[in-house]
Design a protein around this ligand. Structure first.
Ligand code: SF4
Length: 311
């Protein structure tokens, strides 16, 4: 089990400590945990949600659009939507789900009565975001500026010093470098949670400084709300944001160290379930988490829906 710190890992821990246990410990072969549950958790780890799927394909669209501009394939939007639709129809059909090679969506696998509605809404958000990306003049100005500089898209961050034995891993989703200036572009689609907070900016600053000798004050971030086609003014990385980011990183790693022993020992109860109904309904571990499962079940019962018999 590698001692590694990443934004994804930290975001899972922030969202729900119990799901952190399932994601990073329970299915590991070195962890002493019920073998049957271990196998099911391993399968659950492969699931996605309609929300996440929309976010993935919006990101893919942006990447391919900028990578091929000005010769963008005419059917790029259609291709992205077709892949989204294919994942929905594969997940919707229990026969197709068996031995399916592609990604499966938890809303259908767990018979969420709102699966269709959620899929429809995520698809609409995806299309609206793509439309605003392509056609809204303020948004066009952002990506045209990206094309004039050195674009960093899904750029891995590595080589940073370890903290308490934890290596720092991550990637810059989207940024542009103009010589000694870096602007991070945070595409807000309304499809994926998370974003660029002070911690992420602090890590980017460490990395850009090490790699390109770029000063932290030369890094800024700009949020682009693709759902509305709105662009916020760029925000610099000031001393307060830097020290807040550093403090958060140290705190996060201390918490991960503290939980490590319980994780390795397979002590599920040491990881508190968040028990927020909207989080649990979108959680891929909802069938394996006794408390979360009861919560999801009661939320459906209270709206006259019934859950299928649990495996
Ligand atoms: S079902 Fe809820 S409480 Fe359980 S792991 Fe998932 S998010 Fe956490």
């Amino acid at each position: 089990m590698r001692q590694e710190y990443s934004f994804t890992k930290r975001s899972v821990l922030d969202t729900c400590s119990r799901s952190y246990f399932y994601e990073y410990y329970a299915a590991n072969e070195k962890v002493d945990f019920d073998e049957g549950r271990k196998a099911r958790i391993k399968e659950a780890k492969k699931l996605s949600s309609v929300h996440m799927l929309g976010g993935i394909w919006l990101h893919q669209f942006i990447r391919q659009f900028l990578g091929s501009y000005p010769n963008v394939p005419a059917d790029l939007e259609r291709q992205c939507c077709a892949i989204f639709d294919n994942a929905v129809s594969r997940s919707r059909n229990p026969v197709r789900r068996r031995n399916a090679q592609g990604l499966l969506l938890l809303e259908y696998v767990f018979d969420d009565p709102e699966a269709e509605e959620r899929a429809r809404s995520s698809r609409e958000t995806l299309i609206r975001a793509i439309h605003n990306f392509r056609n809204t003049p303020e948004v066009q100005a952002v990506w045209k500026d990206v094309l004039r500089g050195e674009a960093w898209i899904e750029r891995p961050i590595g080589g940073l010093p370890k903290i308490d034995g934890y290596g720092i891993r991550g990637q810059i989703d989207f940024a542009v470098r103009h010589d000694k200036q870096v602007e991070i572009v945070d595409w807000k689609s309304g499809l994926q949670d998370g974003g660029h907070d002070s911690l992420q900016l602090f890590i980017y600053a460490l990395w850009a400084n090490k790699q390109y000798e770029i000063k932290p004050e030369a890094i800024s971030v700009r949020r682009v709300f693709l759902g509305e086609g709105r662009v916020e003014p760029a925000r610099g990385l000031d001393a307060t944001a830097l020290s807040r980011g550093e403090a958060k990183l140290v705190q996060d790693i201390a918490l991960m160290c503290e939980q490590q022993e319980y994780g390795k020992a397979g002590t599920e109860e040491a990881f508190t379930p968040c028990l927020k109904v909207n989080v649990c309904r979108r959680c891929k571990f909802q069938r394996e988490c006794p408390e979360g499962r009861a919560l999801v079940q009661s939320s459906r019962t209270s709206t006259s829906f019934t859950l299928p018999v649990l495996a």
